[in-house]
Each structure stands twice: as structure tokens, then as C-alpha cells.
Ligand binder design. Structure first.
Ligand SMILES: [Zn+2]
Length: 319
């Protein structure tokens, strides 16, 4: 009996070993075939991920480099992030103005292996809404007062340009998948065009066209629809306003009968909250889509759904 059970155990062990070996072999094979078939696309922050994903569709695997809920303005890549980029087939970022670290990383990226896509490359960036006092403060830092505004993705028309740039780069690298990428890009651009029409219609006959935001992320959107953005902070969310800027804003809010101050859930909203309380105006959320939390993504939120929510929020003050 004891002898038999020993034999039985050895038998089981052998079977287990054989299965394990077989499974290993299979996984390795799958990995290798995956390497040659699946297009690996690495993107920096959320809108780049969403735009690329819509163009790539099922033809590849699109990854988000900057984690959900992390703000891209002062992001620094880890060694692991850099490895992901050098290992990718396609790398998509918005512009050197936002992802300032990309320039250094690209020095170590093989341009023949990785197709590098600056999505905003076909767009003329405008100067950021920096305030005069900030210019004085930063007079020592040469060039900083000419900071360009990177927030092009928040304009549904410029978003289409970014989608086209991503599409063209993918077609160039994978000409055999041209039809797929073009079909996907066209379908997504139709949605962006519909979004643009919604914005146009909503603001065409508005009397008040000014809105107050937390950081100056909506300059392109404002320009596209003939609106005026007044921001508490500058282009970067961590640029805290000076006391004199706050006083100026309070005066502005009173003089222009501003009824809503927009803040972001991801960035520090303390100043917006204080300003709203002191001027007795309503607070509403305007999402600059610099990141989407895990929860938001799980709830099925994406670029278009958030932009629609932004439109509803803007209608509170622009009417
Ligand atoms: Zn921003």
C-alpha cells in the first residue's frame, strides 16, 4: 500500500512536470509571436492614449505611460518608463511644451525602431496666458516669459489634427494597415466633429462669454468658440497666484458678474474654493483631461464623454 502510494506520487509529480514544461513552451511561443504581430504603442498622458487607441483599434496594444490620476505638467519618467519607450514600436506624446522630459529621452531612442509622434506638431502653439507680474518675477529665467501653451487637446478641432498626425505616423510605419488606421481615424474624427458642433451651437448666441478657470488650460477652446478665459493660476497648475493677482480676480469677478468659478478635481483647488467663498459665487468642475482616474476609466469615461461634461459645466456661466 505504502509502496503503491509512493509510485502514485512520483507519477503525479511527473505529470505535473510535463504539464509545466508544456505550459512554459506555449507561453514562450505566444510571447514570441506577440512580439512580431502586435504593434506596441506607448503614449504619455490620457488624451494621447485615447486618441491613439481610437486610431489603432484592434491592430495593436496601446499603453498609458503616466499613471491614471497623475498630473503630467511636472512629471518625470522613471528608468522603467524610459525602457517602455525604447521598447515600443510607436511613441506618442503631445508636445515638448508639456512633456518637457521627452527631448532628453529621445536622445536614447532608436528612431529607426520607434516611430516617434509629436501629436501637436502640425499645430501652431500660442503663447500662454502668463500674467504680467509673473513676467517680472521670472525676468531672470530667460525664455520663461515666452512659454507656449500646450493644451491643444481641449479644442475639439485641434484634437482632430492630433488624431490625423497620429494616423499618418502609423500609416507611414505600417503601410499594410493603412486601410484600418484610416477607417478608424475617420470614424473617430466624425465623433470629434459632432462634439465641435455641440460646442459651436451652445455658445453661438451667448451674452456672457467669459469664464474663470483654475489653471489656464482652456485657451485654445476659448479661442475656437470666441470665449474669454480668465485663470487663477498660469499654464501650469502649480503656479500659485500672488495676492495682487487674487485681488485683481476678485475685482474682475464683481465687475463682470461672474457666477461660476471652475476648478479641477485633480489639481489643488484650495485657491478656487477660497475665491468662490470670498466672492460668493458657485464652484463647478471643468476637467482639463490631463489625466483620468482609474475610477473614471472604469466607469467608461473617455475624452468625448468628459468634453461633453465640460460643455454642460461651461453652459452654467456662458449663456
Ligand atoms: Zn495644464
Amino acid at each position: 500500500m505504502r509502496k503503491n502510494s509512493w509510485k502514485y506520487s512520483v507519477g503525479l509529480l511527473l505529470i505535473a512536470v510535463i504539464f509545466t514544461l508544456a505550459a512554459c513552451g506555449q507561453t514562450k511561443e505566444q510571447e514570441e509571436s506577440g512580439k512580431s504581430d502586435t504593434i506596441k504603442v506607448v503614449t504619455t498622458f490620457y488624451p494621447m492614449y485615447d486618441f491613439a487607441k481610437n486610431v489603432v483599434g484592434d491592430a495593436g496594444d496601446v499603453q498609458l505611460l503616466i499613471p491614471a490620476g497623475t498630473e503630467p505638467h511636472d512629471y518625470e519618467p522613471s528608468a522603467k518608463d524610459i525602457a517602455k519607450i525604447t521598447d515600443a514600436d510607436v511613441f506618442v506624446y503631445n508636445s515638448h511644451e508639456l512633456e518637457t522630459w521627452v527631448k532628453d529621452v529621445l536622445e536614447n531612442v532608436d528612431g529607426k525602431k520607434v516611430a516617434v509622434v509629436e501629436a501637436a506638431s502640425s499645430i501652431d502653439l500660442m503663447e500662454g496666458a502668463a500674467h504680467e507680474e509673473e513676467h517680472e518675477d521670472e525676468a531672470d529665467h530667460s525664455g520663461h516669459d515666452h512659454e507656449l501653451d500646450p493644451h491643444v487637446w481641449l479644442d475639439p478641432v485641434l484634437a482632430q489634427k492630433e488624431v490625423e498626425t497620429i494616423r499618418d505616423a502609423l500609416v507611414k510605419k505600417y503601410p499594410d494597415k493603412k486601410a484600418t488606421f484610416e477607417k478608424n481615424a475617420t470614424a473617430y474624427s466624425e465623433k470629434l466633429k459632432a462634439l465641435d458642433s455641440e460646442y459651436k451651437e451652445a455658445f453661438a448666441n451667448a451674452n456672457n462669454k467669459t469664464f474663470v478657470t483654475q489653471h489656464a488650460a482652456f485657451g485654445y477652446l476659448a479661442k475656437q468658440y470666441g470665449l474669454t478665459q480668465e485663470s487663477i493660476a498660469g499654464i501650469s497648475p502649480d503656479q500659485e497666484p500672488s495676492p495682487s493677482r487674487l485681488a485683481e480676480l476678485k475685482k474682475y469677478i464683481k465687475e463682470h458678474n461672474v457666477s461660476v468659478i471652475y476648478f479641477e478635481t485633480s489639481a489643488s483647488s484650495k485657491v478656487a474654493e477660497t475665491l468662490a467663498r470670498e466672492t460668493d459665487v458657485e464652484l463647478a468642475v471643468l476637467n482639463p483631461l490631463e489625466s483620468l482616474t482609474k475610477k473614471e476609466q472604469e466607469q467608461g469615461e473617455d475624452y468625448i464623454s468628459v468634453m461633453k461634461a465640460n460643455l454642460e459645466a461651461l453652459k452654467k456661466s456662458i449663456k
